[in-house]
Design a binder for this molecule. Structure first.
Ligand code: MN
Length: 315
């Protein structure tokens, strides 16, 4: 069966088998950020380093905590990437070295373009007691890797609705909706929320690779169970897929054209050569002007780990 035939027939066991050639699912791991906050890290993983230009994916919460015990990530640098934050529950204050200070609320996106270099802090307000968020990094393409740093806040994202699912279009185009979030690659990011138990066939771009992550509840993606401990990845080549969601489930779908260049990702830095990452690390250690300062933060800066001897490019 070819791709073209698949789009023309209804979903069947044959189709499920055909599409399954493009699917893998793998476990995601726990990691610690800030002061004891445990998150699930889906990217990069041994099985899959990147999905399009998406090169990092942390799922934080949902978690309740006493006032004053929220996330507090001290000043740290970034280069060569954009940090993308999707807030589901709770609030977080972003402050950076180019003078931005922005509280992010539920249903909003913060996009920080590090480019040549920036540093920032992420701190939950003292009165906050909840956090549920996804933070992703987007590798900048070769010609944008040294662009001037920038920060953008998107208070509202477009929503499409189909088969009792709310599709919030975070990045790119989906079901006729266009996200205003400014990225530099062919990329997709969608939050799917099931208002009722539902089954739906959703369109895909055969040029894209995709990843599904469960943010709340679970789901079935073409027969593959998706839950809080795994990720389902689709290789390029399919034009639609069947998803099944219980009421109240929330998924994150990310996708993009496979990234053009192998990247080096180390600590909070993305580059192409070990030398440029080493230079940026030394500049951070030496308080170089490249990463500016965050004057009103009271705690300590994050220290760079020991720089490795040999790095492996990821793609
Ligand atoms: Mn950061």
């Amino acid at each position: 069966m070819t791709n073209t035939n698949f789009t023309e027939v209804s979903h069947s066991d044959d189709c499920e088998k055909y599409v399954n050639q493009f699917i893998q699912d793998f476990p995601i791991r726990a990691a610690e950020i800030g002061k004891g906050t445990v998150i699930k890290r889906a990217l990069p993983s041994r099985q899959k380093r990147m999905i399009g230009a998406w090169c990092f994916l942390d799922h934080a919460g949902p978690v309740d905590f006493p006032q004053g015990d929220g996330l507090d990530v001290g000043p740290h640098p970034h280069i060569g990437l954009q940090t993308f934050t999707w807030m589901i529950e709770g609030t977080m204050m972003h402050t950076d070295s180019i003078g931005s200070k922005q509280l992010i609320r539920p249903k909003q996106v913060n996009l920080m373009t590090a480019g040549y270099g920036i540093s920032h802090t992420e701190v939950a307000p003292d009165t906050e007691t909840k956090m549920h968020a996804a933070q992703l990094w987007i590798a900048l393409p070769d010609d944008k890797i040294n662009m001037a740093p920038q920060f953008d806040h998107y208070p509202e994202l477009p929503v499409a609705e189909k088969d009792d699912i709310e599709f919030t279009v975070l990045v790119g185009d989906f079901l006729g909706q266009h996200s205003p979030v400014k990225v530099h690659s062919e990329l997709l990011g969608v939050d799917l929320f099931a208002k009722e138990a539902t089954k739906s066939i959703i369109p895909l771009n055969p040029k894209y690779e995709y990843g599904f992550l469960a943010l709340e509840g679970d789901a079935v993606v073409n027969g593959h169970t998706l839950n809080s401990d795994n990720m389902v990845v689709l290789e390029p080549g399919i034009s639609q897929i069947e998803i099944q969601l219980p009421q109240g489930s929330r998924l994150l779908l990310i996708g993009g054209e496979p990234f053009e260049s192998p990247i080096l990702l180390w600590w909070n830095l993305v580059g192409r050569t070990q030398e440029e990452l080493k230079l940026a690390t030394e500049q951070w250690i030496n308080h170089d002007v490249r990463f500016g300062t965050i004057p009103d933060y009271e705690g300590a800066r994050l220290e760079a780990p020991t720089f490795p001897d040999k790095m492996r490019p990821s793609k």
